[in-house]
Design a protein around this ligand. Structure first.
Ligand SMILES: NC(=O)c1ccc[n+]([C@@H]2O[C@H](COP(=O)([O-])OP(=O)(O)OC[C@H]3O[C@@H](n4cnc5c(N)ncnc54)[C@H](OP(=O)(O)O)[C@@H]3O)[C@@H](O)[C@H]2O)c1
Length: 278
């Protein structure tokens, strides 16, 4: 079996590639530029297709002969629905048997425009491929692991609102399951972690697990806008500011039972993500 993984040099694409390769599945990695193909090979890809998601160049060749496609969009991309449409149409035209789309938790949350674009992309995918599987992951534990290890969780939103972050390797394992086993066609799965933790709670757990003090700090929005957010394209900055405001109001919370069933075990906790077993 061969699976085409879109965005295979990125954080999610590499995790999905690793999960498929560990099951002995051949991965064809769709990369934007051959310059970065070594990242996909290092994750376990067996072959490479150069694809430009913004124009569709290379897609017909990339889907040719594969059994399944894992589609994800570049982070906060303004044209996500059109990209999903191109990838799904190419897969449909090639008669690809299975298709999974990496969406997001709560794609109907109107306070976050980039979530709404994921919802739109889901509709576009389902219109082309009614049997596609949709995965809706919560925020990843891994977004904050490096910061926790550096001793400082500094975020531009509330330290006290609730999150059910999920382990990226659990999401990738779930993706590998829906791409390689029957029974998931046409279904939508919310993938959230097993604990409800605020950033302040995460800092406390990290202090305990790592054996040294990890601080939780609120960065004012203006500090983020003129700091890390300054180099982003305007729309990406606006999307993320809307997300921080939504996180301030209600965090991001989902249910873990679907992931538990999909994995056949307890999803990984924040403590495990910080200190994975050897
Ligand atoms: N982070 C989270 O907590 C989270 C949670 C739920 C859902 N998601 C969703 O997961 C998705 C992937 O996120 P990520 O963090 O894995 O993203 P990422 O690390 O930025 O990876 C994006 C991938 O897309 C590729 N790409 C970008 N523009 C392209 C183009 N024009 N043509 C072809 N490939 C292109 C990138 O290639 P290069 O390596 O060449 O740049 C990279 O491989 C996003 O849609 C995000 O919303 C994320």
């Amino acid at each position: 079996m061969t699976v085409l993984v879109i965005g295979a040099t990125g954080k999610t694409g590499r995790a999905v590639t690793r999960a498929l390769a560990s099951r002995g599945i051949a991965v064809r990695a769709a990369v934007r530029s051959a310059d970065r193909q070594n990242m996909a090979y290092a994750a376990g890809a067996q072959s490479i297709s150069v694809v430009d998601l913004e124009t569709g160049a290379g897609l017909t060749e990339a889907v040719d002969g594969v059994d399944a496609v894992y589609h994800l969009a570049p982070n906060v991309h303004p044209d996500e629905a059109a990209i999903a449409g191109r990838v799904a149409a190419a897969a449909a035209a090639a008669g690809v048997g299975r298709f999974a789309f990496h969406s997001v938790l709560h794609p109907d949350d109107a306070s976050m425009p980039h979530h709404l674009r994921k919802g739109e992309a889901e509709h576009v995918v389902r219109a082309a491929l009614p049997r596609a599987t949709v995965l809706r992951p919560a925020a990843y534990h891994q977004n904050l692991v490096e910061a926790a290890r550096s001793g400082r969780l500094a975020v531009p939103y509330s330290l006290d609102t609730p999150f059910t972050n999920v382990d990226l390797d659990d999401v990738a394992e779930g993706a590998a399951t829906v791409l390689t086993r029957h029974g998931h066609e046409g279904l939508t799965y919310e993938l959230a972690g097993p604990e409800v933790l605020s950033v302040r709670d995460q800092a406390a757990v990290a202090s305990e697990v790592l054996g040294r003090h990890v601080t939780a700090e609120h960065v004012p929005l203006e500090g983020w806008t003129t700091g890390p957010g300054a180099s982003l394209p305007e729309q990406a900055r606006a999307d993320l500011l809307a997300m921080f405001t939504a996180y301030d109001r209600h965090g991001l919370v989902g249910e873990a039972d679907t992931l538990r069933r999909l994995l056949g075990r307890e999803p990984r906790t924040w403590a495990l993500a910080l200190s994975p077993p050897d």
